[in-house]
Design a protein around this ligand. Structure first.
Ligand SMILES: *Cc1c(COP(=O)(O)O)cnc(C)c1O
Length: 361
């Protein structure tokens, strides 16, 4: 069996042991005589799956008891609407920090529902850094401040949270979910589309502080009302059962392989360092992000010519390193090295890059 090294930004590579386990259980999940794809979401056997997924999520992220964990559909993008509809509910104002395309999309969507401003932006330098903010950059009466913690397309990540005081901080953590510890108590809401780091597509996880629930706008679609979803334990309608099951397997894999998110972080740091060290020493390949804001998950890089970039992507693909093409808005290359990318994949990629540099001097 030939598996490639898949550097896709999402959907992305999953741990082989998780795929094997899902394969082994595909016809008969734990003696139920059914696949998880086929069973009722109201059955006891599925109830155990979703409860276990939640318990593992709580354990790994050390989620405080006053937070709900929701397993929903609609992807991260549906939350761009759900967030203003649920939380822009006191003064009708929200402040967004624009660090890339996903933050910008969330900002544009929120503008439909209230007085929404960009408190800071790094658009001036193609989102290659995280803008520094001061408490006075945020409006006193903003209902919340919104950030995208890890910027999938541009490869930046907040190393420190913005100083929002006691304002509610809401974060899209889609592309760094479960890659390292996160102090959930600093946030009102944290959410992530699962297909970057946690599961196949079809699931979005929303972690929300309980006291913020229950004040959704009247026009909020019932499916987007987090209070409705929380009261129904994510079973208001049929949830993405199969994806929740894979999510559970991935959480088990993290726990068994790395112990906790500190262990996961250590692995991710060591892995990313191999690639960044090479980019810093290479004459041909250059990282595009200021070093202090580099992401552990998404690593964009370029050569100084579009032709060389194209040649590299083509030859890398032939050699089994796939999905290295940068996002269409940025060009160049991007290696997404999520939790499930083994260190070996990065080591071999770097060997390949060295060879390519040698041959194309
Ligand atoms: C991929 C991504 C999204 C969009 O996710 P969907 O689930 O496809 O809507 C939003 N935010 C970030 C940070 C992403 O990486």
């Amino acid at each position: 069996m030939a598996r490639v090294y898949n550097f896709s930004a999402g959907p992305s590579t999953l741990p082989v042991s998780v795929l094997e386990k899902a394969g082994a259980e595909i016809l008969d999940y734990k003696g139920s005589g059914q696949s998880v794809m086929e069973m009722s979401h109201r059955s006891k056997v599925f109830d155990d799956i979703i409860k276990e997924a939640e318990a593992l999520m709580r354990e790994l992220y050390q989620i405080p008891d006053n937070y709900k964990v929701l397993f929903l559909q609609g992807g991260a993008s549906a939350q761009f609407s759900a967030i203003p509809l649920n939380f822009m509910n006191k003064n009708g104002k929200a402040d967004y920090i624009i660090t890339g395309q996903w933050a910008k999309k969330a900002y544009q969507e929120a503008q439909k529902y209230g007085d929404v401003v960009a408190a800071a932006s790094s658009a001036d330098k193609t989102f290659s850094y995280i803008p520094k903010t001061k408490p006075e950059d945020f409006r006193e009466d903003a209902d919340y401040v919104y950030i995208c913690l890890n910027n999938t397309i541009y490869g930046t990540k907040y190393q420190e949270l913005p100083p929002v005081g006691d304002k509610v901080l809401i974060a899209d953590v889609s592309s760094c979910a479960l890659s390292e510890p996160l102090d959930i108590s600093k946030f009102g809401v944290v959410y992530f589309g699962a297909q970057k780091n946690v599961a196949p597509a079809g699931l979005v996880v929303v972690i929300v502080r309980e006291d913020l629930l229950g004040n959704a706008r009247d026009i909020c679609p019932v499916m987007m009302d987090y209070k409705v979803q929380a009261d129904a334990d994510s079973l208001y309608n049929t949830p993405p059962c199969w994806t929740i099951y894979i999510c559970k397997l991935v959480l088990e894999w993290i726990k068994e392989t790395y112990g906790d998110l500190e262990g996961m972080k250590k692995h991710n740091e060591e892995k990313a360092k191999i690639l960044y060290d090479f980019l810093d020493s290479s004459e041909m390949f250059k990282g595009t992000v200021v070093p202090e804001d580099r992401s552990l998950m998404n690593v964009p890089f370029v050569t100084d010519s579009d032709e060389l970039n194209a040649k590299f992507i083509k030859e890398a693909t032939e050699a089994g390193f796939v999905n290295l093409k940068g996002h269409r808005t940025v060009g160049g290359m991007r290696a997404s090295i999520y939790n499930a990318m083994p260190t070996e994949g990065v080591v071999k990629l770097v060997e390949f890059m060295k060879r390519f540099e040698e041959e194309n001097k």
